[in-house]
Every structure is written in structure tokens, then in C-alpha cells.
Design a protein around this ligand. Structure first.
Ligand code: ZN
Length: 173
């Protein structure tokens, strides 16, 4: 399946990094009307993402929404967009999955904040954590961690920089 077929996209602005996660808006495209819908929380998005390749998503799955409603956000190049990978398991309990953009915008990195507050940067860190904390081996199986990162839509990086410059000029900065 081509990545684009998943129609899960994530929009973010690097300047608004607050929680350490570069993503600030989660969006998904309806498989029927092809309008973009904002998914309000990361948790909700992570649940949709697990099932997306086998369970198409429609506007009617969002509360008080249907294909008749105007689009939530418009896909344009004023923001940087990244396409998330499908079928990433929901992060196990007591962990948080972070996606962080490198400052040169070349790549994103996936991290898990582990129950001890430390960040796991790859399978090796997860294995070490489980070895040191065997009580978590049942709830945090190594298979529930996935470090694949979204594909950056390169054109939106270039175009969003132009937008930012134009906006600054309009505002007389
Ligand atoms: Zn729809």
C-alpha cells in the first residue's frame, strides 16, 4: 500500500514546540468525501492510526460531524505537513510517543517516554528498560514499540517558508 493511500496526515509547526512533540494538529482525510478533519487529541489519533489500513475512516466517526459539514482545515502549503505511517501500535500504558522534528527539517525522530521518565530512542533502549524493569515485560512488550517516523512533505517545507516571509512582510516586520 502506498503511503498516500493511508490518508493520515499530520500538520505541525516547528515554532510552537511546547510539550516536546513537534506535532500540533492531527488531521485525517475522510475516505468518502475527502475532506480533512481535525482529530482533537493524540490518543484519539493513535487509535485511528492502528486500524486505518483495515478500517476506513469517515466523517461520521467524528462526533457531531458528517460529510455535509465544511472541511475542518484545508490542505495547503502554509504549514509543514507530514504523512504518518499506518498500523503503528498504540503506545503501551504509562508511555508517551513523541515525534520530534530535527532543527534542519531533514527528518523526524520517534521517542517513547518510558514509565521512569526516560526517553527510549530505539529498540535497544526499550530492551534495556525491560531488562532493568522486568515487572513491565507483560504490559510493555517490545513488539508494542514502533520507531518509524512520518514522511515529510518536502514541498510544504519550501512553500511554508515563503508563506512565513510573505506574512512577516505584510505585518511590516
Ligand atoms: Zn466525509
Amino acid at each position: 500500500m502506498a503511503l498516500e493511500d493511508t490518508r493520515i496526515w499530520v500538520r505541525f509547526q516547528t515554532r510552537e514546540q511546547v510539550s516536546g512533540d513537534s506535532i500540533n494538529v492531527y488531521a485525517i482525510k475522510c475516505c468518502k468525501c475527502e475532506k480533512w478533519r481535525i482529530i482533537l487529541t493524540k490518543e484519539e489519533f493513535e487509535i485511528i492510526r492502528v486500524n486505518f489500513s483495515v478500517e476506513p475512516w469517515f466523517c461520521s466517526k467524528k462526533p457531531d460531524c458528517s460529510c455535509e459539514h465544511p472541511e475542518d482545515i484545508h490542505y495547503d502549503t502554509s504549514r509543514i505537513w507530514v504523512i504518518d505511517r499506518p498500523s503503528i501500535p498504540k503506545p503501551p500504558p504509562e508511555t508517551e510517543r513523541l515525534l520530534i522534528m530535527r532543527s534542519d527539517l531533514s527528518k523526524m525522530d520517534a521517542y517513547y517516554v518510558m514509565p521512569n521518565g526516560k526517553r527510549a530512542r530505539g529498540k535497544r533502549d526499550v530492551d534495556r528498560f525491560l531488562k532493568e524493569n522486568p515487572e513491565y515485560s507483560a504490559t510493555l512488550p517490545a513488539s508494542s514499540f514502533n520507531f518509524s517516523t512520518p514522511k515529510i512533505v518536502k514541498e510544504t517545507i519550501l512553500e511554508s517558508a515563503k508563506w512565513a516571509i510573505a506574512k512577516a512582510e505584510r505585518e511590516g516586520r
